[in-house]
Write a protein that binds this ligand. Structure first.
Ligand SMILES: Cc1cc2nc3c(=O)[nH]c(=O)nc-3n(C[C@H](O)[C@H](O)[C@H](O)COP(=O)(O)O)c2cc1C
Length: 319
């Protein structure tokens, strides 16, 4: 097992899992349910409609989960007009973990760390991971192929091996992890934590329409289409959702280097809100249910996988 931080975080968890923050979908209630069930909960700062609502949501999360680690995702990009105000709230609450997305810089990383937060950043390439390490981040989230939202395109076997060769800090694997067996597989590949997004789209606490939850429960990898047509960067969307909006999933217009717009504007302003994103791992999601029920199942599946491999239970490892 790798560094001290990984051990400290894992010792606070029921299983080595962190939730991926999801635009629109993650709510304070979802974060609270995730933390109470023993994983790291996470939510984008932009999900509450205003900075004042973000302030109230973080206060509610803190009151509900106490010392349990939770994360807020900040989009550190010039197109995020709320960055300065949201950052002030995150600093004031001393949020335990801040996940930075896009264009983070060393000054921002240091400012958050000096204030007591751990700073994680997601990457899809070894080259980007090295830049993050130079910036001094505490944790690297490696996003492999098939992930929900903006996806990577590398096999996790390649991406994790390349990063682990030189990075002995906290390493988290993201992309299609939806079962306990997959959580264990992520650890075997060298990850300290598995990062899980799409399965929580079907959670009762998620801000997702019933039709979205149904598509996640009924869908599998064949229903997931990768396109850059909405944001200029590859993201995974649900095929039935594209069809419902009159789009041909097999003939989507590819954008040529249009850059990224966090409002999800691009060629179709309905992306994220009405045209739904999910990753290739949704075949494992069988029910729309409270997050705690999914995490209970995940924990049982994880322990069964450990047992099948002749490993001791996770709790005993931490004892
Ligand atoms: C609908 C949706 C919205 C997402 N929005 C964000 C976001 O705002 N910020 C972010 O860092 N990651 C975002 N993600 C990515 C997740 O945090 C996580 O990396 C991803 O879901 C992991 O892959 P999985 O969905 O296959 O589990 C989003 C994912 C989905 C499915």
């Amino acid at each position: 097992m790798s560094g001290q931080l990984a051990q400290t975080l894992r010792a606070q968890l029921r299983l080595p899992v962190m939730a991926g923050p999801m635009f629109i979908a993650s709510t304070a209630e979802l974060v609270i349910a995730q933390c109470r069930a023993g994983i790291i909960g996470a939510m984008p700062a932009l999900n509450p409609r205003t900075t004042a609502e973000l302030d109230a949501d973080i206060a509610r999360i803190r009151a509900a989960v106490g010392d349990a680690p939770y994360a807020i995702n900040l989009v550190a990009h010039k197109s995020n007009s709320r960055l300065e105000a949201d950052l002030e709230v995150v600093l004031r609450h001393k949020v335990p973990i801040v996940v930075l997305a896009l264009a983070a810089n060393a000054d921002l990383v240091r400012q958050l760390q000096d204030n007591g937060s751990l700073v994680f950043q997601d990457v899809a390439r070894d080259r980007h991971a090295r830049k993050c390490a130079e910036m001094g981040v505490d944790g690297i989230i490696a996003v492999g192929a098939g992930a929900g939202g903006h996806t990577g395109d590398l096999s996790p076997f390649a991406l994790l091996a390349e990063i682990r060769e030189w990075w002995d800090g906290l390493l988290i694997l993201s992309g299609c992890i939806a079962t306990g067996r997959a959580v264990l597989a992520a650890e075997v590949l060298g990850a300290d934590l598995a990062y899980i997004g799409s399965p929580f789209l079907a959670s009762t606490e998620a801000n997702t329409q019933p039709g979205f939850k149904r598509m996640v429960v009924e869908g599998s990898s064949k229903d997931v289409v990768t396109t850059n047509c909405f944001t200029g960067v590859n993201a995974n969307f649900l095929r039935p959702s594209l069809l419902e909006h009159g789009l041909d999933p097999d003939n989507l217009q590819q954008r040529a280097g249009g850059g990224i717009n966090i409002d999800g504007g691009g060629d179709n302003a309905k992306a994220w809100k009405e045209i739904w994103s999910a990753g290739q791992g949704i075949g494992a999601v069988k029910r729309a249910e409270p997050a705690t029920d999914y995490i209970d199942w995940l924990a049982a599946d994880y322990e069964a996988a450990r047992k099948a491999m002749g490993m001791a239970a996770f709790e005993r490892e931490n004892a």
